[in-house]
Write a protein that binds this ligand. Structure first.
Ligand SMILES: [Zn+2]
Ligand SMILES: [Zn+2]
Length: 213
């Protein structure tokens, strides 16, 4: 049974115990993936499940904090510190175009056979139709942001007649509202929507800066 890693100097912040069972599950799955027999598989391929689990665990913690607001900043930082979520990967997810990035290696040109960036980063619309992508680095089947946003758009296109009626009624109202909002956003657009960094993220940023100096 895998144990859950704890900080030696700091006791876990309140609320950490709520996510501990899920972290344990991840730990168990990672162990299983590592112990899986490799026969018949290419070496890189045997690593794919492990990469996938690392991604999923980071995503889980990222969603809990940034999307669902279900954990405190202390719990989030604690998870980053202990490596349950990858701070560098999360930093990328905050950047437009990288919201769904599978792993950092897939945007490092030197690592790929494709010159610039990994094939899994290419939007599906830019590939031959029906082509199945599976990147050699991590087995990713495509993580371009445009694939996810266009899928969302398709869904919103399918509307019931009722929805369309309601839409037309409220269109007038909406236009008036929008005109009002334009004025307001012009005033507030100075304040950008950049998420404030948590203390651990700040630390990481500073370290990075130091390294590059
Ligand atoms: Zn990918
Ligand atoms: Zn890739």
């Amino acid at each position: 049974m895998p144990k859950i890693k704890h900080s030696r100097t700091k006791k876990p912040p309140e609320g950490f115990e709520d996510i501990e069972p899920t972290l344990l599950e991840f730990a168990q799955k990672m162990k299983d993936a590592e112990n899986e027999p490799h026969e018949g598989k290419r070496r890189v391929e045997s690593l794919w499940p492990i990469f996938r689990l690392h991604h999923q665990r980071s995503r889980y913690i990222y969603d809990l904090y940034y999307k669902r607001e279900a954990i405190s900043m202390e719990v989030y930082d604690y998870c980053l510190k202990l490596g349950y979520a990858d701070a560098n990967l999360i930093a990328k997810w905050k950047k437009p175009g990288f919201e769904r990035l599978c792993c950092l290696r897939c945007i490092q040109p030197k690592d790929t056979n494709f010159g610039t960036t990994c094939i899994c980063r290419v939007p599906k619309s830019k590939l031959e139709e029906g082509r199945i992508v599976e990147c050699v680095l991590c087995g990713c089947r495509g993580c371009s942001s445009t694939d996810f946003t266009s899928a969302k758009k398709d869904k919103s296109k399918q509307k019931t007649p009722e929805e369309i009626n309601i839409q037309q009624d409220s269109l007038q109202e909406l236009q008036e509202l929008q005109e009002l909002q334009v004025e307001q956003t012009e005033q507030t657009s100075q304040i950008s929507q950049i998420e404030p960094l948590t203390s651990y993220e700040k630390e990481e940023n500073q370290n990075e800066r130091k390294e590059s100096e």
